[in-house]
Ligand binder design. Sequence first.
Ligand code: ARG
Ligand code: ZN
Length: 455
Amino acid sequence: LSFVVFSLATTLSLAEAKTPTLPEEKFLVIRASPETKEQLAMVRELHDNQHLHEIDFWLTPTKLRQKADMMIPENRKNWLTQILNAYNISSFVTIEDVQQLILEREHNPQKKKLLDISFSKRLKDEGGNRARYKFGDYGSYEEIVQWLESIERFYPDKAKVISIGTTAEGRAIKGIKIGTNVWRTDKRIVWVDAGIHAREWAAVHTGLYFIDRLIADYGTDPVVTKAVQNLNFYIIPVLNPDGYEYTRSDITPQIRLWRKNRSGITCKKDRWFRDRCCGGVDLNRNFDWFWGEIGSSNDKCSEIYQGNNAFSEAESRAVRDMIFSPEMRGKVDAFITLHTYSQMWIHPFSHQRKTVPEDIADIEQVGKRAVQALESTFGTQYRFGTGADILYPSSGGSDDWAKGKGGAKYAYLLELRPGEEVWDGFVLDSRQLIPTGKETWNGIKVVVQAVLDRL
Ligand code: ARG
Ligand code: ZN
């Protein structure tokens, strides 16, 4: 087995990765289940100082009986289990070797072959979108942009590739505008972005799936047809392309599970002369909504680094400048931002508990119906509420900003599959991608219908 892993690792062009890998570091995920208030407080304390403890929280509990999933380097395992044991918090290892899982799930040549066969089979009987994308698999940023461009070529009256900014590494942040007579700027708008967090690949795939539905189901699905005729969709499937490409560049957990963007990275040698790099901004802490106040950090090394100031980052500025541009300003009725994971449909405001917009009745009504539509697709269960109430409070999020300052009527942040009964988290089995797209789209269509109803 180890030979297989080794030969895979060497054939997967890992040598080209820009950041030196640290092969001696093995990562694992530990799941802890706090059951008393004291135990929960202990886990929250670990969460709040996670990077000092070298813990990467994949899942954070807010209530009793919710789970914590913590990724740690192997050399921290004894320390962490001692602490958990000292507090009598039950825990067990869910992923023995994160890198091994990444290899099996995402770099398995046999699986790739099976996928390719099913793609070519599907291509034959698929109608709809004449521009083809390999749904069910993860694509590079370049492949994604090329697909957007081919949609524009096939459907120039309905689709237009847009570029909303340039990242620190010089990539254009591209997206697609969809609507009949696509040059029109007088329609009400639905905004969708995904991939603001680099490692959340299933969110990117879901954003692409939405694009495909809008093109492929035009003329057959009545809601889609009406929406594409009467609204403009702005969809940015990879809002953080530097981060996305970084997470694709290597299988080591530190790289595959990177969350932030890639601006302002600086490296120092540690005492073993290994490169220790810090930097990158958590883009979902960088918006001007109670910026820097809670659930974010001013430490560059933290996973939730808020940046130097609100809108210090090209990606968040690109969103702001687009929403405030003459073509969009005051017209955005829905702002959907896609994340993974934990199966939650989150509405504003998330910077503080029990704080909601004044039109909460509408937000709740539409959101709950959307969750119902999503859940009834395959039975996937979602929770509904503000991030502060069902997850943890954090300020500087794009959803809250879009609602509070951008004037978006329906602003939702979705945490997609998996939920906590599955442990694979960000390294989702690719067979779950299309079902995730389908069920989420059914939820989103409820929001789109609500926007249409207001016309
Ligand atoms: N997991 C998301 C994050 O940490 C949740 C954000 C909820 N929304 C918010 N505005 N804080 O970015
Ligand atoms: Zn996220």
